[in-house]
Design a protein around this ligand. Sequence first.
Ligand code: ADP
Ligand code: MG
Length: 681
Amino acid sequence: MLNKNLSTILRTTKRHLAKLEYLGVNTVKEFLLYFPRTYSDSSEYTQIIDVRTDEVNVIKGKISSLFNINTKYGKKITKGVFTDDSGSIQVIWFNQGHLTKFLPRNKEIILSGKAKFAFGKISLQSPSYEIIKPYEEQIHTGRITPVYHETEGISSKWMREKIKPLVDEWTDLFQEYMPQEILDEHKLIDYKTAIKNVHFPESDEMLDRARERLAFDELFLLQLKVLQKKWHWQNISSEQAKSIELKNDDIKTCIDSLSFELTGAQTRVLKEILDDLQKNFPMTRLIQGDVGSGKTIVAALAALNAVKNGYQVCIMAPTEILAKQHYQTFIKTLQKYNLNIQFIAGSTTKKQKENIVRQMKTGTADLIIGTHALIQEKIGFKNLGLAIIDEQHRFGVKQRDILKSHGAPHLLCMTATPIPRTLAITIYGDQDLSIIDEMPKGRQEIYTKVVPEKKRIDAYRWIEDQVAKGRQAFIVCPLIDESDVLEVKSVLKEYAFLSEHIFPSLKLGLLHGKLKQEDKDEIMEDFKNNNLNILVSTSVIEVGIDIPNATIMLIEGAERFGLSQLHQFRGRVGRGEHKSYCFLFTGALSEEGTTRMKAMEKHASGFKLAEIDLNLRGPGEIYGIKQSGIPDLKMASLTDSKTIEKARKSAEKIIAKDPKLKNLPMIAEKIAEMYEIYVKD
Ligand code: ADP
Ligand code: MG
């Protein structure tokens, strides 16, 4: 019944129906699940004597006179006098001449609109109106009024009028699908009541409870979906699962050979991984650890363990520079084990590629490190036991799934964008989380400062000074939204200016996304070997590179970058024994911009910064939510950690008992619906 098409129910025009269709609203059910965007609480009437200008006032009173005036320019103004017990006020509407016929005189009506002061008089301008019918509740004014998203030709007022009778008549047909024990546990109201109250709340409290219930539902369904995904991966793949036993001696000798001691956090996370590898279903684990927390070595040890069990391991990184760096680290760390380690990326020639792929397929290659090239079509493995993805937020779900399809390997993802737990269990909820929350010993905090323009020269002198001491600097140019081309243009200009006017006697390098791979590599190599003093770059510098001798990170247009990204840039320095600095230059700052820059000065922890960014800017743009494959949420917020935790717990209980939701078909349907509806948008 609820699936009845609106054209058979609503009395309206074809044009309006088409508009609704455009909003994804075709059926009664879809209309009732089209929730208000916000509410305007006008449940208190203002006395005319208390009317405030430039604010919305809701007044109950009577119109005593109303007439139209034609202006010189052919416009029509409707003017009138509106009166209540306390006084009278002028009302004005523009181009709504029909109102003189439509609005009754000397009958109670409610007007709601802004009062303006003009020509020495206060008047209520273009208020919305509602005629009070006896024994009927008001739907537009005089209560908490729902405000719907408007689209051209459909006003929120129209929506309210159309939806009200549907709510009254049809909501009872919605069936409760949530198990009673969950409702009881979290003290949630029933579904019907929630839908009724989200449109036309009985009270503030009921509105809160309705939103609470509907938000819970969204997060709960989402959690069920990710947990189901995890369950499927672990169970369906368990036939192919590769239990990888612990090669304790090899791990020990490798750890002993390192020039440093593992941190407690590294040791703990390594153990979590090695435990997982021994299980008879494939691992899906995400390591989160701040920039420089030492994720690579943990991955290398896990890789060694897998290879020592006779399996192949691949490591995928988002850029060639980073993949190359991993390749070198792995060779250095694992050289004594006589492994066949291969590198594959965009710059690999066709012939080399064929050769490497052959080694991968025949199983002679033990470790394959590369970029996206690793998941191209013709790639295959003989016996992939462990797949590692670095900087996983740079990849989509799809790329992860491709690697998984090569014989269900254990999967280890890493990210240096630490995100708050509740967000992580939402967007990466199908993975187990490991957190490296401790920095290697002796790391110094990087001195971070927003530099005012008048001190620019001082900053440049500081760089010269550091270079004189043998150190190196990065200069990152602002992010330009429009296009790569403009960005390259601006970095070229900056590079020319700096080389000519600021640092004429120093050696500068230039790095941007449009360079050929070989050129990029050569420049990075030069910088790494200290043949260049300063590297001028666009944001391509961002990910993972390790140059311990660099001590200054100067960022132009810092306000254009997110906090997490700035933190990543900053993580390029402070990797060696030398005191390091991060200088931020900004354009004009909004209040939010100022807060963010201050946060950079104050906080060294990526987690803390991520949280601040999340609260200031919302999760969308920061964590690539779009890539994560979760639907848009209508009612819930990804920052609502309390509800997320509750939803997670309840979903976990259900999946533990009934992973396929066999006994909960209505919930299964609801999940399908949610993903279908929302994906359509
Ligand atoms: P990230 O977690 O950002 O990927 P890396 O794995 O690149 O960090 O490590 C950053 C640097 O820290 C590397 O030079 C690495 O050799 C070094 N490192 C890793 N672990 C430790 C440790 N426990 N003590 C000292 N240095 C370490
Ligand atoms: Mg890294």
